[in-house]
Design a protein around this ligand. Structure first.
Ligand SMILES: CCCCCC/C=C\CC(=O)SCCNC(=O)CCNC(=O)[C@H](O)C(C)(C)COP(=O)(O)OP(=O)(O)OC[C@H]1O[C@@H](n2cnc3c(N)ncnc32)[C@H](O)[C@@H]1OP(=O)(O)O
Length: 280
């Protein structure tokens, strides 16, 4: 995996080629004409976000920033799942060193994506619960295919969405709708999500979504990049600073929380219910 990551970074850092890298968990390609990168999550069966996937995504985002990317489309190689959110096995009876690394990488991935200087579009081509929804919310624009669900459903798992998950949702749909969505742990259908502004457009196919994403990027052709980026920072910067300030404190709290036997029991039962679903 280390070798593949190095290869992928080497290709990403050459600005003159059309790049396509098949990392094991994130495929990155860059359109030669437009300079827009597409990062495709490819961790079957459901793109659950484990340490390895997050590490690749985090590194990809860092490289795009370094190379002054023109834009990013974040999508999934699955036809039914954008991302099932955090890999629940990272939170079930965890090895604490790995757990800390996992959480630190999640925090950094969010900082890189939510705060990117380049424009970002999520092509949500499948279900996007919890951490999957967070990834989509961290982008500037969300285009979702029909007949899927999206939302921060943490309370349904007996967990509490961290403040920066909530801030990302608040940024998209406002305080009132965020409070309702979070306390109920609601998973919205595509149409419901469109209605409350959780997604910006609904389409019937991935090709249509990619076309619409192109139109979103076109909006910035005549906008000076520094004005775009500074405006984004003025709107999102405080959320990022809040996490940067509290990330160690959050880690300490989560370390205690994750070791709570009641929480472990609840996570174990949830995993069991996911397995049972398959047997039906
Ligand atoms: C103390 C820490 C505080 C943390 C605060 C933040 C907390 C949580 C953030 C999260 O992101 S937690 C994850 C929440 N995610 C979910 O609740 C989604 C669960 N999954 C589903 O609802 C469905 O899988 C799906 C995404 C709608 C897809 O359905 P589909 O029918 O296509 O696939 P399944 O048959 O259900 O699943 C296939 C296979 O994948 C396993 N799996 C599913 N989701 C996860 C996951 N998030 N992590 C790990 N594994 C997952 C599922 O068990 C099946 O496994 P097998 O039975 O095949 O072994």
């Amino acid at each position: 995996m280390a070798l593949r990551a190095v290869r992928s970074l080497a290709i990403l850092s050459n600005p003159l080629r059309t790049y396509s890298t098949s990392g094991p968990l994130v495929n990155v390609s860059i359109n030669e004409k437009t300079g827009i990168a597409t990062a495709t999550l490819q961790r079957p069966p459901v793109n659950s976000l484990n340490l390895e996937l997050l590490t690749e995504l985090c590194t990809t985002l860092e490289q795009l920033e370094k190379n002054k990317s023109r834009g990013l489309i974040l999508t999934s190689s699955s036809n039914t799942v954008f991302s099932a959110g955090l890999d629940i096995y990272e939170m079930y009876k965890p090895n604490m060193d790995r757990y800390k690394q996992f959480w630190t990488t999640l925090q950094q991935t969010w900082i890189n994506l939510y705060g990117s200087s380049y424009p970002t579009v999520a092509v949500v081509n499948g279900h996007a619960p919890a951490g999957g929804c967070l990834l989509a919310l961290s982008c500037e624009y969300r285009i979702m295919l029909n007949n899927f669900t999206i939302g921060l459903n943490e309370t349904k798992l007996g967990m509490i969405a961290p403040t920066w998950f909530a801030a990302s949702m608040r940024n998209a749909i406002g305080t009132r709708q965020t409070e309702l969505a979070l306390i109920t742990g609601n998973l919205f259908t595509t149409d419901e999500a469109l209605k409350i502004g959780l997604v910006d457009e609904v389409v019937q196919s991935k090709n249509e979504a990619l076309e619409k994403a192109g139109k979103f990027f076109d909006k910035f052709k005549r906008i000076p990049p520094h004005a775009r980026t500074m405006t984004k920072t003025s709107l999102r910067g405080a959320d990022i600073q809040a996490l940067v300030k509290s990330r160690n404190e959050e880690m300490n709290k989560l370390t205690a929380f994750i070791n709570d036997p009641k929480l472990q029991e609840a996570i174990g039962m949830y995993l069991e219910s996911l397995k049972q679903k398959q047997n039906k």
